[in-house]
Design a protein around this ligand. Structure first.
Ligand SMILES: Cc1ncc(COP(=O)(O)O)c(C=O)c1O
Length: 375
């Protein structure tokens, strides 16, 4: 039986309040624009993110795809990080379905892209080159370990894009994790971007759905693409109702997930065979290296202990969420110590000496004091 599921924050189940709201949601045909619950959710999301309008879509992938296709046409190109989810994990949809070329530049460890790289990738060329129309950024940056881009970093990317004549799309699947980390208004993280997608079905615990926000013209165009992609849904208020509950009650609690992730990270960093700088963990994603390259065996061992993590050879990712509490972290750390020792053929040893001589607990509480958000 699975006791702790750390594969992703997408495994969360709707809360009892969401289920109640879903059961009594007022609905209409949303393709006609008649679904009052969806309309309310779209307006609320747009207002929270400081945009004119919103559009409910089936998934984060559909939101990103709809957005890129709304900004770019066949034969255009867009610039994005080489660790961007759009590039790595969305089946190449923007190129396959939209004929839009992806021009990647390296993501830095903090999730940012270098100005010089963006400028070089977006530079105007002659007829040999695809026309670059868009810059896509990601916050929090999943593959970089859930690191959050600050308002200032976001503004810097927007400024370069503007200077190069590019629009900006923000893959904000976990934008509220970033806002909670920086203790800032989410609008500070979306200012200046032309479109943003965020997911309801990750840390916010909704069963289905994402929302794209932007100005009215952009959302009209996005609506057309959503329809073409088969994403026009009918009485979708049934699931939008959960989104309204999420925006009202599930954002602030993301801080608990971050705290659990930090506790997990500081505990893991004490284990021989785990390569992790726990101070780098900012939100709800903990990525770490397994120098022995026995990540798959560790994942299998954890599974036997009732802990579900995605497999990986030389690196693993654990994600905290609404379905994981502090005791689950204790249980995971205990199991992890045993499993890593068994897999790497070592007896369970005393914790690694801390970088500064502190115990895991001492370091975790020190981290709480020292991880004041950067802006
Ligand atoms: C950064 C990021 N963007 C987009 C997505 C896609 O979301 P979905 O799984 O809803 O398509 C994910 C999913 O994990 C993600 O991590």
């Amino acid at each position: 039986m699975i006791r702790v599921d750390l594969r992703s924050d997408t495994v969360t189940h709707p809360t009892p309040e969401m289920r109640r709201a879903m059961a009594k949601a007022e609905v209409g045909d949303d393709v006609y624009g008649d679904d009052p619950t969806t309309n309310k959710l779209q307006e609320k999301a747009a207002s929270i993110l400081g945009k004119q309008a919103g559009l409910f879509v089936a998934s984060g992938t559909q939101g990103n795809l709809t957005s890129v296709l709304s900004h770019c046409t066949r034969g255009d190109a867009f610039v994005l990080g080489d660790k961007a989810h759009i590039f790595q994990s969305e089946a190449g949809g923007t190129s396959v379905l939209g004929g839009v070329v992806m021009k990647t530049v390296p993501n830095n460890a903090d999730g940012t892209l270098n100005e010089a790289d963006i400028r070089a990738a977006a530079a105007k060329g002659d007829y040999h080159k695809a026309r670059v129309k868009l810059l896509a950024i990601e916050n929090t940056q999943n593959l970089c370990g859930g690191v959050a881009l600050s308002p200032r970093q976001t503004a810097a990317h927007v400024a370069v894009a503007r200077d190069m004549g590019l629009k900006v799309h923000l893959d904000g699947a976990r934008i509220f994790n970033a806002a909670v980390y920086f203790k800032c208004n989410p609008k500070e993280l979306t200012r200046g971007v032309d479109s943003v997608t965020f997911c309801l079905s990750k840390g916010l615990s909704c069963p289905i759905g994402s929302i794209v926000c932007g100005d009215k013209d952009f959302i009209d165009e996005a609506n057309r693409w959503r329809k073409m992609l088969g994403g026009g849904m009918r009485q979708v208020g049934i699931i939008a109702a959960a989104g309204l509950v999420a925006l009202d009650s599930m954002i602030d609690r993301l801080a608990e997930d971050h705290e659990n992730a930090r506790k997990l990270a500081f505990g893991l960093a004490e284990i021989q065979g785990v390569d992790l700088d726990p101070a780098a963990v900012q939100t709800n994603i903990v990525r770490f290296g397994i120098p022995s390259r026995k990540g798959n065996e560790i994942a299998a061992g954890l599974y036997k202990e009732g802990i579900y993590v995605n497999p990986g050879d030389s690196a693993l990712r654990l994600v905290t969420h609404y379905g994981v509490d502090s005791e689950d972290i204790d249980y995971t750390l205990e199991a992890m110590r045993r499993v890593v020792a068994a897999v790497t053929d070592r007896t369970v040893s005393a914790p690694k000496a801390g970088r500064n001589g502190r115990s895991a607990e001492g370091r975790a509480s020190a981290a709480k004091r020292t991880t004041a958000p950067r802006r």
